[in-house]
Design a protein around this ligand. Structure first.
Ligand SMILES: Nc1ncnc2c1ncn2[C@@H]1O[C@H](COP(=O)(O)OP(=O)(O)OP(=O)(O)O)[C@@H](O)[C@H]1O
Ligand SMILES: [Mg+2]
Length: 352
């Protein structure tokens, strides 16, 4: 199937005022399908905004190409691309009211005034702002401003909407509400979304697929479940969720941990990392092939349902565990035995 967006071998470097160069995008290729919700997730400075800006046309590529619906738009100016952006800072016009902010791009394009009125009304309804057309931007809450920014980007009916950390200025409750609304809106409109966030939970709950970025490169691209359960490298394992990472040596189809336990492993590398998520550890003895970790509880946090534990293991160091409380009391200083079942193991081969 024809992808909605195709980024092909895109690279972008900046000259810095300090006299050096920064590689913001390093040979990135990515396809986004129409009606897909794709999230760019990565630490500050990894190239997320740069990727959006090269797709929207506010920034040019040094190398590579960008196509929408199979048409190469690498050299098209921003206003001719079927793409719109919701900026992190909203970038609303403070001197225009809500209606005029949303109407602006249509006015510039010379759209008929009746058509503008109809589209602005429909878009404000879509984002739940009907009746606020005459309000000044300064008379709106943060969440309402966010919706105006969204309406302004949607009114031109883009095929692809780029959202650069659109929820980061909102408090937690409003943020969760807007997460649901955005997701529903995307499904309703059936257009592609590329959404940027620092927040891994937000990425996991909202996305069809996530691209984990570091140093201008895609480290891993996949469904949230795949990324969480099978991270491709240590960066992805550390960046997405908590994890226990144990070094293992591999030979003859077996991996050996530092405490001498062995488990089947069919990697070609001699060294690897075994990842076990905290919630994959259990207080109940597992089936054959389980790993067992006995250690001293250093920290214990009770949340009613679960205990979050930090355990000191004599040869493996600190182990994080999230176990069901189930009527138990787990005191710091006590000795505890944890088990992990074979289905919960994931190996990350040592990178060359
Ligand atoms: N105009 C510019 N001139 C020089 N360097 C730049 C410019 N814009 C971005 N950079 C650098 O390029 C790199 C990528 O920046 P980018 O804004 O894409 O990061 P980001 O992933 O969006 O980060 P954040 O999460 O902090 O917004 C950074 O090292 C940044 O300092
Ligand atoms: Mg950014």
């Amino acid at each position: 199937m024809q992808p909605l967006l195709e980024i092909f071998k895109a690279s972008k470097s900046y000259r810095t005022p300090e006299g050096g160069t920064v590689t913001a995008l390093d040979d990135v290729s990515l396809k986004v399908s129409s009606s897909e919700f794709l999230t760019l997730l990565g630490p500050s400075g990894c190239g997320k905004t740069t990727m959006l800006r090269t797709v929207s046309g506010f920034e040019s590529l040094d190398e590579g190409d960008i196509a929408v619906d199979g048409v190469v738009i690498t050299d098209e100016p921003a206003y001719r691309r079927p793409v719109n952006t919701v900026f992190q800072t909203y970038a609303l016009f403070p001197h225009l009211n809500v209606g005029r902010n949303v109407a602006y791009s249509l006015e510039v394009a010379g759209t008929d005034s009746k058509e503008i009125a109809r589209r602005v009304g429909a878009t404000l309804e879509l984002v739940g702002l009907t009746g606020l057309e005459k309000r000044n931007i300064s008379q709106l809450s943060g969440g309402q401003q966010q919706r105006v920014a969204l309406a302004r980007a949607l009114v031109a009916k883009p095929k692809l909407l780029l959202l650069d950390e659109p929820l980061s200025a909102l408090d937690k409750n409003l943020r969760q509400k807007m997460q649901k609304e955005l997701k529903n809106l995307q499904a309703e409109l059936g257009i592609g979304f590329i959404f940027v966030t620092h927040d891994q939970e937000e990425a996991l709950t909202m996305s069809d697929r996530i691209a984990v970025l570091a140093h201008g490169k895609i480290q891993q691209l996949g469904k949230p479940e795949d990324l969480y359960r099978h991270p491709a490298n240590l960066f992805a394992a550390n960046f997405l969720g908590e994890s226990n990472l144990f070094s293992v040596s591999v030979s003859s189809g077996f991996a050996t941990l530092a405490d001498g336990q062995t488990l089947p492993c069919h990697l070609a590398t001699r060294k690897a990392t075994l990842m076990i998520r905290p919630e994959a550890l259990s207080l109940d003895a597992g089936e054959a092939g389980s790993l067992t970790f006995a250690g001293i509880v250093r920290e214990s946090y009770y949340s009613g349902k679960d205990y979050t534990l930090e355990i000191e293991h004599p040869s493996l160091g600190t182990i994080q565990a999230l176990v069901r409380a189930g009527g138990r009391t787990i005191e710091p200083g006590s000795t505890i035995t944890l088990h992990a079942e074979p289905g919960q193991f994931h190996f990350i081969p040592e990178q060359a």
